[in-house]
Design a protein around this ligand. Structure first.
Ligand code: AMP
Ligand code: MG
Length: 490
């Protein structure tokens, strides 16, 4: 088929393939999206569509809502639900896509392979007691926060579209139903490996390893010990990712092993939120009573999750179980050093520091201690350090500030260069909880999507130094506001 006839038959630009179905059948079940009564596109990501080789004008128009509702399948779509397991709050369980369906993998003009997945498109064989549906508010929330993460430079799944379905979703109250089209470099999770291991299927596990390497770590294909090298590479990407979360005050909220992607992308935006005033123990999720997934616990939880991944790989690491455990234990112990290195690098940049001094960690920790004591706003404190805005006249802060300025003077770069570094690492605009809620309320209660569009436009340029820290998007919540709460599986 020539290019021009492809364009005529397929003007939207779909180029769907399905490598996932080459895996053993253990890993998926073919399942069609449930047709929806009244699809309507409420938000569409033209820039992302374009990067996927999709036609934004055509797909963003009202007729295309039927595609993003699953009523009309794009050419070559072979929808399936993926099987996986996972530790949820430390407890192992089998799961699978209970309300998500993979349409296929879009081959982009740059030659990348990107999963196109619907979230909220009806029941699948993995739905258990659930209805397979999603409500509008949480799907818009995922759209806003994932796109903001992308703009912040943090690896993440993306959001292509949200359509309302015309279906009523029954939660505590009846809510408008919606479907999010999620784009990811894959949906292979730590929990996908756990699923193969739980089925005691070594051939399936090896096939999954080879597939994950081919898709995400092709440079490792010739590695002497593939399973071990893969494990270390996943650990490296996760350590970079978690360090980035920590540097912007992001709290994932539900770091179950099924919500940790092998690609190193942030995945599954449920109860996540950005921290306002700094406290390492911050938790937003209404179900996280023990604070398992608190801000300050995220690095250790990631290591715990990775240990679960290592367990699934043991027999591929070494035929002798004792030796495999020894090697895997050594590998998992590398986590702390890896993570600390990325975190320190990120924090040094936030403070405008180019070179390394051993005391830098203390300088950073003493700032964080002061911030915690004074309930300082995380984002704005760092942002104020990027400008000349006087931050506080608290004597303790002034001592810290003097040490910091002295530190900046002990590097060859000028203060101007330091400031440029700070400005490119300290966002002015993050998705503030109260602004996100305001946009969601307008959209879901009044059908007014303008506040959300305005918020998305501001979030698209988080490091824009012309944005004033007094912009409405930068202001912390009203001190009298009740504590912010988030919810899972909504
Ligand atoms: P999550 O908390 O989003 O990671 O979801 C955990 C598991 O519950 C996954 O297997 C989801 O597919 C499933 N799930 C969440 N909500 C629903 C729903 N409304 N219907 C069916 N399955 C669901
Ligand atoms: Mg999940």
């Amino acid at each position: 088929m020539t290019n021009s006839s492809t364009a005529t038959n397929n003007p939207a630009g779909w180029r769907l393939k399905l490598s996932y179905a080459d895996l053993p059948e253990l890993f998926y079940v073919y399942a069609n999206p449930t047709p929806m009564p009244e699809p309507r596109t409420v938000v569409f990501n033209s820039e992302l569509a374009e990067s996927l080789g999709l036609n934004p004008t055509l797909l963003g128009n009202p007729e295309s809502a039927a595609i993003f509702a699953g009523n009309t399948l794009p050419p070559d779509a072979e929808p399936l639900a993926q099987a996986y397991a996972g530790h949820q709050f430390g407890h192992f369980t089998t799961l699978g896509d209970g309300r998500a369906i993979l349409l296929g993998e879009q081959i982009t003009p740059a030659g990348e392979r990107m999963d196109i997945q619907f979230k909220g498109s009806g029941r699948t064989p993995f739905s258990r007691g659930g209805d397979g549906l999603a409500a509008l508010g949480p799907m818009l929330r995922e759209y806003i926060i994932s796109e903001s993460m992308h703009a912040l430079g943090i690896p993440t799944t993306r959001s292509l579209a949200v359509v309302t379905t015309g279906e009523v979703v029954r939660r505590e109250t009846p809510l408008p139903g919606a479907i999010l089209t999620r784009v990811a470099s894959s949906h292979i999770r730590v929990g996908t490996f756990q699923w193969a291991a739980a089925n005691q299927n070594p051939a399936a596990l090896k096939a999954l390893l080879d597939y994950a390497v081919q898709r995400h770590y092709p440079d490792l294909a010739e590695a002497e010990n593939l399973a071990l090298s893969f494990f270390e590479a996943v650990m490296e990407r996760q350590s970079q990712l978690i360090a980035k979360w920590m540097c912007v005050g992001f709290i994932h909220g539900v770091m179950n092993t099924d919500n940790m992607a092998i690609s190193g992308e942030t995945i599954d935006y449920g109860p996540c939120a950005f921290m306002d005033s700094y406290s390492a123990s911050t938790v937003f999720s209404s179900i996280d009573h023990q604070g398992r997934y608190a801000y300050g616990n995220q690095p250790q939880i990631a290591q715990w999750n990775l240990a679960r991944l290592a367990e699934t790989l043991l027999h591929l690491i070494d035929p002798s179980m004792d030796r495999a455990v020894e090697v895997a234990t050594e590998a998992i112990q590398l986590w702390t050093g890896m993570y600390e290195r990325h975190w320190l690098a990120g924090m040094r940049s936030k403070l405008g520091i180019f070179n390394e001094e051993i005391e830098d960690a203390d300088l950073i920790h003493s700032l964080l201690e002061w911030m915690e004591k004074s309930s300082a706003d995380f984002t704005n404190t760092f942002r104020d350090l990027s400008t000349d805005t006087p931050l506080s006249d608290d004597p303790e802060f002034l001592v810290w500030h003097k040490n910091w300025v002295a530190r900046l003077q002990r590097q060859p770069q000028s203060l101007k260069e330091s400031q440029t570094l700070r400005q490119s690492h300290n966002p002015v605009i993050i998705p503030r909880n109260h602004k996100v809620e305001e946009a969601l309320t307008a959209a879901t209660e009044q059908g007014d999507f303008e506040p959300m569009q305005n918020l998305l436009a501001a979030l698209a340029k988080p490091y824009d130094s012309t944005m004033d820290t007094r912009s409405p998007y930068s202001l912390p919540p009203d001190p009298g506001a009740p504590p912010y709460r988030t919810f899972c599986g909504t």
